[in-house]
Design a protein around this ligand. Structure first.
Ligand SMILES: Nc1nc2c(ncn2[C@@H]2O[C@H](COP(=O)(O)OP(=O)(O)OP(=O)(O)O)[C@@H](O)[C@H]2O)c(=O)[nH]1
Ligand SMILES: [K+]
Ligand SMILES: [Mg+2]
Length: 364
């Protein structure tokens, strides 16, 4: 039996099996098997072209956003609208065949936007350019899943399944489970919270499926068996995804309203240039970028040339961004903005910066 057949057998069995206390271990085991076969599918294929000519685009700018979606949902139209790059758009499917990069300039940041070929059901198993597209998506900071608002929710469900099956987890954080394989000593199993979905026996069964007999496992939250499997498989990618419903010029106001209220969703029309500014605002939040302005003593802040950083960046991060050796010469900094109680306030290296703060660094 081929891997694909094995996968579909297991999927069938999972859907046939009723979920209850008696089948809990059986289901856990099936899920572990499923994850194992899917991992095998993802191993680099020997077939020609799998490497993906035209997909090797250099990372540039402050962040990377990938456009994922079915054919003809408007990905290329969107890229051409938001960047100075033109990507061919047409009414037929699979107009785009490679990865086309453009740059969105927003709040002083350069955001690399990648237009990609449309993907379809079965993409994760190599249909169309699915594998190459998904490989690029894994390198992005945020994925825009572009959907055709006239097509209902089918596309979203299918694409989520495709990404899920190759280990991409959307809009969830990494499970808080400590896991470390050991040379000996059996299984050391602990949890800091009561567990309602996993047990020592189930954990042991799943580990045996991966031929792991000695390990340290510490649950720090009430995780599911699937989350535990994600942790032992290890190569999962946790990324933010914005669901963008395009072509709202073609649907009723009621329908627009319904889609706009869905979590992580933004409705737009590229054709009529509707709501694009709002999408940029949301994208900025999802990318968690902030802009910091530097200032020299006795001079005005340099508002023309901000430093783009990730939310949570400290004064030390800012020092590194300005100059490699600055942190070692650091005495203190003066900060003006929302991160401080007073403006200016004298702060140390660990102070956390906020969007549009101004900083003056004083050296030893
Ligand atoms: N009505 C309407 N049509 C749109 C909108 N945006 C794009 N289109 C049309 O949708 C068709 C497909 O657009 P593309 O930009 O080529 O779509 P794509 O997702 O890049 O397609 P592939 O590269 O083939 O995967 C074109 O005919 C566009 O003019 C929109 O907001 N409203
Ligand atoms: K198209
Ligand atoms: Mg296209």
């Amino acid at each position: 039996m081929g891997i694909l057949e094995k996968i579909s057998e297991i999927e069938k069995e999972i859907s046939r099996t009723q979920k209850n206390k008696a089948t809990e271990y059986h289901l856990g085991l099936l899920k572990a098997k499923l994850a194992k076969y899917r991992a095998q599918l993802l191993e680099p294929s020997r077939s020609a072209g799998a490497k993906g000519e035209g997909f090797d685009v250099m990372k540039s700018g402050d962040a990377r956003v990938a456009l994922i979606g079915f054919p003809s949902v408007g990905k290329s139209t969107f890229l051409s609208l938001m960047t100075s790059t033109a990507s061919e758009a047409a009414s037929y499917e699979f107009t785009t065949l490679t990865c086309i990069p453009g740059v969105i300039e927003y709040k002083g940041a350069n955001i690399q936007l990648l237009d990609l070929p449309g993907i379809i059901e079965g993409a994760s198993q190599g249909k169309g350019r699915g594998r190459q597209v998904i490989a690029v998506a894994r390198t992005a900071d945020v994925v825009i899943m572009m959907l055709d608002a006239t097509k209902g929710d089918v596309q979203r469900v299918l694409l989520e399944k495709e990404l899920e099956s190759v280990g991409i987890r959307l809009n969830v954080s990494k499970p808080n489970i400590y896991f470390k394989p050991k040379k000996g000593g059996g299984l050391s199993y602990n949890s800091t919270v009561p567990l309602t979905q996993c047990s020592e026996k189930l954990v042991q069964l799943i580990l045996h499926e991966y031929k792991i007999f000695n390990a340290e496992v510490l649950f720090r939250e009430d995780s599911t068996p699937d989350e535990f499997i994600d942790v032992i498989v290890g190569n999962r990618v946790y990324m933010n995804c914005v669901y963008v419903y395009n072509k709202i010029d073609q649907i009723s106001m009621e329908e627009v309203d319904r889609l706009a209220r869905r979590p992580h969703s933004v409705v737009i029309s590229c054709g009529m240039k509707l709501n694009l500014d709002y999408l940029l605002e949301r994208l900025w939040e999802y990318l968690a970028l902030i802009c910091i302005y530097t200032k020299k003593r006795g001079e005005r802040p340099d508002f023309a040339d901000g430093i783009i950083m990730r939310r949570g960046a400290s004064v030390e991060h800012v020092c590194h961004a300005v100059h490699r050796t600055l942190a070692s010469q650091f005495k203190y900094a003066l900060v003006w903005g929302t991160s401080t109680k007073y403006s200016p306030q004298r702060v140390g290296l660990t102070h956390i910066m906020e969007h549009e703060d101004v900083i003056q660094i004083v050296k030893k």
